[in-house]
Design a protein around this ligand. Sequence first.
Ligand SMILES: Nc1ncnc2c1ncn2[C@@H]1O[C@H](COP(=O)(O)OP(=O)(O)O)[C@@H](O)[C@H]1O
Ligand SMILES: [Mg+2]
Length: 307
Amino acid sequence: MYLTYYGLVRSPFEMTPDPAFLYLGEAHREGLATLVYAMKARKGFVLLTGEVGTGKTTLLHALLAQLDAGTASAFLFNPRLEPLDFFRILFDELGIEERCTTKAEYLLALNKFLIERLAKNLPTLLIVDEAQNLSPEMLEEIRLLSNLETPTSKLIQIMLVGQPELLDMLDQPGLRQLRQRIVLRHHLRPFDETELAAYVSERLRLAGYTGAGLFDRKALAALYEVTGGVPRLVNVVCDGALLQGYARDKDRVGRDLVMEVASDLALLGAGRPAAPTNGERAPMRAVSATPARKGWFGLFRRAEDRG
Ligand SMILES: Nc1ncnc2c1ncn2[C@@H]1O[C@H](COP(=O)(O)OP(=O)(O)O)[C@@H](O)[C@H]1O
Ligand SMILES: [Mg+2]
């Protein structure tokens, strides 16, 4: 690989939400601050939205790393569940051992658990990632959970995190009650050009790069053009550009390499099977729409439309 060639000690553009690579530009700083505030102020029901790959899951991991030791949290990242499975997993995550078979039993046991925690002033958090995949039935279960409260306090903090279509879902007339319970919302935007440049250089630095300007100014402008500042796409294109740069013996990445990689990825999405790097699955939307065929192409088009 290109690591030694560019004097790197680890891979700079991995597709994992590795907290060691956390970069907090304004967008992500604001997003994280909102989540932290929601927890501190025990805000009850919170919504975090953002396009695929903008860094929502990364922020959740950053939040979990910051929580007080006393916090019990359940992190659900595959919310395509039947209510009973949901409760089973929730109990497992929260470490509730009571055996239940019906929903009513689960709710009763959960209520008891939460009241005991509140008495000790210990917060409990439920995070539902990819919440745009929740069924109407599951949304209703979650609304019922958000009803668990004492006259003075919420018993559980709930964060619904997902793609912008989550907002459309919540706008449906039948979900008015749920919507009214949401006390804090944040929409995570992609990087602007300044953040993108800082992000790229920060990742390179953390990966051991000691030089300056591995991606030149025009390359960074091109990166913004083709990715719209979406971190996940930035990672894919940067990784590809470094690989190409190494293959061609270039000590710098310029605009041409970035454009070439972007165009290759677009081609790849239009015909050949999508092969995400580093074993990471392709973005949810690409997968769930039409696997392989739309793939990256759709994403690049959207990025270009925006830019
Ligand atoms: N603030 C950030 N700092 C470092 N890396 C980030 C940041 N935001 C996103 N990334 C990178 O982009 C990838 C995609 O982000 P992710 O959190 O999975 O997006 P989402 O959940 O919104 O689809 C992450 O795996 C991570 O590598
Ligand atoms: Mg995510």
